[in-house]
Ligand binder design. Structure first.
Ligand code: OOG
Ligand code: NI
Length: 464
């Protein structure tokens, strides 16, 4: 058989995430301002930090790292996206029910899952599927379904390349380049709406998200998100570069040991649109976001996070009671989160967070000298022979995501939409064409794999 010259899925993902970033900088120049601000803040942080504490890999990852978000209208669109992202080494992880926050979608995050791929480029796509069944108006729901049924968000070339990649097991470099170009067109912004102004207004009145998803020919990328080492500084300095920040940073407060994910964004732009009846108007959907990532929490740690966040926010999960002043909100959060241990040893020994264990240089050396090492993991750590490094959280948070959605929907009032139907993961997975992976399972496996390897090296460690 001829040698197959396939480009690796990791490399295709990097091609794609770079191309997305170029496209979005071009489409939304304010995103470029945000990128520059983040880069400046990151460089200042890196200069101030102990360089040795950040591995070269981490810095590389930081420079390529971002996530994006899209919203699709039909199960068939979601299903095709699963196949598209699989070619880039991205699998659906997690199920997010946004209906509890008055947003008529449910979502997953397509992302790489193995450590090597995550280190190369952790690009993720937060992908939401419209839940038409949550739209109360029967006629409007039927009309939206008809409009969606008529569109094909993928080019025929894209479909062909996906089938080819699946049949042959990959794409060669020139096919990969074509594939990225074709997929990019799916996520472009189209200032020409597919509906007339009256229909747009009806959709918008039912829910702004309904208009955003149904009125256009495709799922325009609605934001990209670089990772920052100091999100508080970015929030503070956004207005210096002419960006209007979202009122509060979502997620946990600033801590010694960062956990999960903190996010903020600049307000979505009001952009000109031409409707199908030649009328002109505006649409508000596209923005820029930043994120700061900390350690992944175990189910026990996550339950504590959810409990404290609820306490800090009053009536969850609508974010109604949170102060609109970020400094005041952060103080409130910090007070409540005083109950969340903030040192690595407590987080680890109380099994609140996931850790990666490995022999230190001293541990490697000790292996070669014939004397008895400790037999307990904790003792090995205490003696500096084994290190425990927090595993980074790679996923999203539903309450935070709802806050990001809400702050970027023009005129959406979080108190107006109340859906009586709850989550429907089965329907989501049926559309997707496979079950979503569980985030806790993935983190637990990373931790366990590191322990297994350690155990093989040491032969006799008793693991806590
Ligand atoms: C997705 C909002 C959620 C995040 O980072 O939590 C999100 C959207 O607005 O489509 O991207
Ligand atoms: Ni986002």
């Amino acid at each position: 058989m001829a040698l197959k010259n396939f480009m690796s899925a990791d490399d295709i993902r990097t091609l794609f995430s770079n191309a997305m970033s170029q496209l979005y900088q071009h489409e939304v120049p304010a995103y470029l301002d945000l990128l520059q601000l983040v880069q400046e803040v990151n460089q200042q942080q890196l200069a101030a930090q102990d360089q040795l504490s950040l591995q070269k890999d981490d810095v590389h990852r930081l420079n390529v790292e971002r996530h994006g978000a899209i919203r699709v209208g039909t199960g068939a669109e979601l299903n095709m996206l699963r196949r598209v992202f699989a070619i880039m080494g991205m699998a659906p992880v997690g199920y997010y029910d946004l209906s509890v926050a008055g947003v008529p979608v449910h979502s997953t995050a397509f992302r790489p899952i193995n450590p090597v791929s995550l280190r190369r480029n952790p690009f993720r796509m937060f992908t939401s599927l419209l839940r038409l069944e949550l739209i109360a108006d029967d006629a409007l729901r039927a009309q939206a379904a008809t409009i969606l049924a008529k569109r094909d968000i993928f080019s025929s070339k894209a479909r062909l390349l996906v089938s080819q990649a699946e049949a042959l097991g990959g794409l060669n470099p020139s096919q990969a380049q074509q594939f990225v170009t074709e997929i990019l067109t799916t996520f472009r912004w189209h200032p020409e709406a597919k509906v007339d102004v009256a229909t747009y207004q009806q959709l918008h009145a039912a829910h702004p998200l309904l208009a955003d998803i149904v009125a256009f020919s495709g799922p325009h990328i609605n934001h990209l998100t670089p990772r920052t080492l100091d999100i508080d500084a970015v929030q503070q300095r956004m207005s210096d570069v002419g960006l209007t920040p979202k009122s509060v940073i979502e997620g946990p407060p600033r801590r010694q040991c960062p956990i999960l994910l903190r996010q903020t964004s600049f307000q979505a732009l009001v952009e000109p649109v031409q409707f199908a009846d030649q009328q002109t108007g505006t649409h508000t959907a596209r923005f820029g976001e930043v994120e700061a990532r900390g350690m992944a929490l175990t189910p026990k740690g996550r339950a504590l996070y959810d409990k404290l966040l609820q306490r800090a926010q009053g009536a969850p999960p609508l974010n109604n009671d949170i102060p609109q002043d970020n400094a005041a909100y952060q103080r409130q959060l910090a007070q409540v989160f005083a109950d969340f241990p903030d040192d690595e040893t407590s987080l680890r020994t109380q099994q609140l967070g996931y850790f990666h264990y490995q022999l230190t240089a001293a541990g490697q050396q000790a292996l070669n000298t014939p004397h008895l090492l400790a037999t307990q993991l904790e003792d090995l750590i205490a003696q500096g022979l084994v290190s425990a490094t927090p595993i980074t959280y790679e996923d999203f948070l539903p309450v935070s995501a709802a806050g990001i959605f809400q702050s970027n929907l023009a005129s959406a009032n979080p108190t107006t939409a109340h859906f009586t139907q709850g989550a429907n993961q089965d329907a989501f997975e049926a559309a997707l064409g496979c079950p979503v992976l569980g985030e806790f399972t993935l983190y637990a496996k990373l931790q366990q794999d590191s322990l297994t390897e350690l155990k093989q090296q040491l032969g006799y460690v008793t693991l806590t």
